[in-house]
Design a protein around this ligand. Structure first.
Ligand SMILES: *Cc1c(COP(=O)(O)O)cnc(C)c1O
Length: 226
């Protein structure tokens, strides 16, 4: 398997290859190393290998790690898990991008906490494209309303859309990714919503073929989570 640096280099190469295969500029796809449940030392190892963007799923864990790694001043935290409004205070001062905005009330709380921290937050709206009941995110028909709601807050900058497809079937994942890309086109296109956050360890190449600008890869870089 090699170490974190080797796996990271391998994933970075596969990301670039997938972009080229899709006729896209490799620089148009950013790789987030998803470090949930991994210790700060694993993040330091990836950082030493050149990785700067990290994704976390749990508010408390993000806060603890961001504080423990505060000496890595150019690290960029992405919050990619489901977020309850009462945890926004932990995330807003630390994350650059929150990928999982799924209600106007969460947006309001993030905006308030970002303002208190004297900063702005980039946000993505999470869409439950497949409609699985256990999944977070809004349904497509709510998108216009939620986008408008989020845009009302001057400390939030809406950058795009995020989705998580059902596990295990690449054809289904491809359909979900392509649907998210069409939804982006229905709501202003890349000029208005430049980011599509989609693709994980098992399907990031498929996501890049469908237009992903951010892929979120955990296991393939850090190994299995216990
Ligand atoms: C855990 C997680 C990832 C990374 O998943 P891997 O399969 O380990 O690459 C990506 N996105 C979200 C939303 C996650 O929760």
């Amino acid at each position: 398997m090699g170490g974190i640096a080797e796996r990271l280099a391998d994933i970075q190469a596969r990301v670039e290859q997938a972009a080229r295969a899709a006729g896209r500029d490799p620089k148009s796809v950013r790789l987030i190393a998803v470090s949930k449940k991994m210790p700060p030392e694993a993040i330091r190892e990836a950082y030493a290998a050149g990785q700067r963007l990290f994704g976390e799923n749990y508010a408390q864990e993000l806060a603890a790690k961001a504080d423990a790694l505060a000496d890595l001043s150019d690290i960029e935290w992405h919050f990619i898990g489901h977020l309850q409004s009462n945890k926004a205070r932990l995330v807003a001062p630390r994350a650059r991008v929150v990928h999982t905005v799924d209600s106007a009330s969460l947006a309001k709380e993030l905006a308030r906490r970002a303002e208190a921290a004297g900063r702005t937050l980039e946000v993505l709206v999470e869409v439950n494209v497949s409609g699985e009941p256990q999944k977070h995110g809004i349904v497509a028909s709510e998108l216009a309303e939620v986008l408008a709601g989020v845009r009302a807050f001057p400390t939030l900058s809406v950058r795009g859309l995020m989705t998580v497809p059902p596990e295990g079937d690449l054809d289904v994942a491809r359909q979900v990714f392509e649907t998210l890309a069409s939804l982006r086109n229905l709501h202003g296109g890349p000029a208005v919503l430049p980011e599509l956050s989609m693709g994980m360890s098992g399907d990031f190449e498929t996501a890049i073929a469908a237009g992903a600008t951010i892929v979120r890869v955990g296991t393939a870089i850090f190994g299995a989570r216990s």
